[in-house]
Design a protein around this ligand. Structure first.
Ligand SMILES: *[C@@H]1O[C@H](CO)[C@@H](O)[C@H](O)[C@H]1NC(C)=O
Ligand SMILES: *[C@@H]1O[C@H](CO)[C@@H](O)[C@H](O)[C@H]1NC(C)=O
Ligand SMILES: *[C@@H]1O[C@H](CO)[C@@H](O)[C@H](O)[C@H]1NC(C)=O
Ligand SMILES: *[C@@H]1O[C@H](CO)[C@@H](O)[C@H](O)[C@H]1NC(C)=O
Length: 407
């Protein structure tokens, strides 16, 4: 049954006009019993600001050899669960990474293996939160809110403190010896921070971090993409005053954050709009936002390398059906009210997605593109970190880390 639906939906998505026709017809029988996957939310699709797919692909370089799939290595299989962000400490130890079971773990070498470094809440227990391989499945969803879901990680290079953006517990910090992290920011303007996602540290100690949406939390993140809603923010936490401030508002799924080498600007991704943006921090353009690059798919984190270039992790590619849906909010509101299971819709929408990682300069010029077209070593990529001749690649949804000798 499910298989047949899937095939049916696939046909629709490959033929946008058939899709439209079917959707118009199904309007008549639309969700009469509130069975649709989104009926529990106030689903309000809006048109969003996304560059035409064909135009983006025309100038986007391809990696026809699929070099990431060919030369990439799958490591730590079934030892780490949804390692989104990867970080190394001041002594070069690591990687450290945040897991779907709420822990921050670190790799201590072959002999000692992975050790638990920190948790984000005193409510974390092994009994409630440790679900092994199942941590990255829906079995964890109802526990995430209690166990935490650390996403963005950054070490303060001065004192070795680790800053954490947790999807449920906001911004936190833990000392170089780990343990229970200290909460820094959970609220802003009197309301909870619903979906902290990534962060970077300014030289003056202020932390810039993203809050992906005011309406949906991490488990419901698919709705943010479907709606095209833009209630995300870039926030700033100032340690001397222990206060949190809104830097930018009205963003469409703000996700990764990265300062430039000289900290004159900061790059961030807007996942829904498939683009890389720049906020000027210093100089004559201070405070203004620029569009740096349109991307072929949905970006997650951005990380700088030693040369000051930026690696962007991208789930590729957008399809022409997605294009039709994103330009026509009314189509989305019908399609996603059909009484089909959400997981199936997500699967259909994400069908044929593969990993693209790309290195760009500060102007948005594409310097390198590496693809894994068959999903051989990487699916649902979340971060690329270049450290001493090696790329470390994280994923929010699978139980491994991929690496690639680079260059
Ligand atoms: C990759 O393949 C596409 C079409 O299959 C072609 O247009 C493009 O020039 C190729 N790129 C390279 C770098 O060979
Ligand atoms: C732990 O859980 C209790 C009960 O659900 C809740 O009241 C409390 O705020 C939680 N503590 C933290 C640190 O989140
Ligand atoms: C995860 O699954 C693999 C097989 O797919 C199994 O070998 C391994 O023991 C599992 N690990 C955990 C922690 O459940
Ligand atoms: C650090 O610099 C940023 C960018 O100029 C500024 O917004 C922030 O207020 C500064 N923080 C402190 C603690 O001075």
């Amino acid at each position: 049954m499910e298989k047949r639906n899937l095939l049916k939906d696939e046909t629709f998505l490959q033929h946008p006009y058939i899709l439209a026709l079917v959707l118009v017809l199904s309007f008549v029988v639309m969700d009469p019993f509130q069975m649709g996957p989104v009926s529990e939310h106030q689903f309000r699709p809006v048109k969003h600001d996304i560059a035409p797919y064909q135009k983006v692909m025309k100038s986007w370089p391809r990696d026809n050899m699929s070099r990431l799939g060919l030369h990439g290595k799958l490591e730590f299989e079934n030892q780490v669960f949804g390692p989104e962000s990867l970080e190394f400490d001041n002594m070069g130890r690591g990687p450290y990474t945040g897991l779907a079971d709420g822990r921050i773990v670190r790799w201590m070498g072959e002999e000692l293996g992975w050790e638990t470094f920190a948790v984000v809440t005193s409510n974390w227990t092994e009994k409630l939160c440790m679900r092994g391989n199942d941590s990255t499945t829906s079995k964890q969803w109802k526990h995430e809110k209690t166990c935490g879901r650390p996403l963005g990680l950054r070490f303060d290079k001065e004192n070795g403190d680790l800053y954490i953006a947790d999807a449920y517990y906001g911004l936190l910090m833990v000392g170089p010896n780990g343990g229970l992290a200290t909460s820094l920011a959970t609220h802003i303007e009197g309301k909870p921070i619903l979906f902290a996602n990534d962060l970077d540290i300014h030289n003056n100690g202020s932390i810039f971090f993203t809050d992906t949406s005011k309406r949906y939390n991490r488990v419901a993140h698919f709705f943010i993409l479907l709606e095209g809603e833009a209630t995300g923010r870039l926030l700033r936490y100032d340690p001397p005053t222990k206060t949190t401030h809104v830097v930018l508002d009205g963003l469409a799924f703000p996700n990764g954050v990265q300062f430039s080498k000289d900290q004159s600007f900061l790059l961030f991704t807007e996942t829904t709009n498939c683009r890389l943006m720049k906020l000027w921090i210093e100089g004559p353009k201070r405070g203004s936002v620029e569009h740096v690059a349109d991307l072929p798919g949905f970006p997650d984190n951005v990380r700088i390398n030693e040369k000051g270039q930026f690696w962007v992790a991208i789930d590729c590619c957008r399809t022409s059906a997605q294009e039709v849906l994103s330009n026509n909010p009314w189509l989305r509101s019908i399609y996603f009210r059909l009484p089909i299971k959400m997981s199936l819709l997500a699967r259909v929408m994400g069908m044929k997605m593969y990993t693209v990682i790309s290195r760009l300069d500060d102007k948005g010029n594409v310097l390198e593109v590496l693809e894994d077209r068959e999903g051989q070593v990487m699916k649902l990529v979340s971060e690329v970190k270049e450290v001493k001749g090696k790329l470390w690649i994280g994923t929010v949804a699978h139980n491994h880390i991929s690496t690639l000798t680079y260059p």
